[in-house]
Ligand binder design. Sequence first.
Ligand SMILES: [Zn+2]
Length: 245
Amino acid sequence: MKKNFIQRNIIWISLILLCFTVIPGMREKGYALDKEHENEVSKQSIPTDEKKEEKIKVVIDPGHGGYDSGSESTNGKLEKNLNLNISKKVGAILEKNNIEVIYTRTDDNVTWSDDNAEDLLARSEIANESNAKCFVSIHMNFSEEYADEIRGHEVWVNYDNNENVKLAENIISKFKAVSESTDRGIKDQAISPLSLLTFNHIPSVLVEVGFISNEEDSAFIESEDGASKISEAIANGIIAYVNEK
Ligand SMILES: [Zn+2]
């Protein structure tokens, strides 16, 4: 009898101990599982990456390239290479500002034929398929007759669409801050129709950075400091334009 009594007590004591030790442990574990589940549910109900907005895109078109050298600077530099240098600097600034850059060309190996009309149409095709906010073509100007007198930057637009004008105004206004050369303002492509500005379906401008027939403009454009300042002006103009939208 006494043995049975002790045995029964041991069973009770064991049961009580079980209640205070193992079961609370199980509850903790169960709670932890529930917590995990809660996290899973909340992860499912609030999608994180899916709702991320698409990056703003901008097309940068380094003028000429490949078979087409463009004009030549007073120091014998080819326009196509000067255009590419500035274009890449502009692109780098845009990318730092979270803008996706689509280049019509990134080196001297062009993807189009050596027919000038087809060349320009290929660039317009890139613009029109890009879903970009705007298109900026970068060139250097040239004057054989008035090399010493004529200098400065200008931006060509098609006045048919006011967005082109807004983009041009933004770029011109930033130029004023960095360049001591002449501000030649906005030029209407109706004076001298430009294929790109006629066939592009997104806001587009053609920037003539300066006259490489002029020694002072050439020196500024070809210097590291000048190229950086010009690129900043173009990029900041583009950024101001896309931020306005
Ligand atoms: Zn050109």
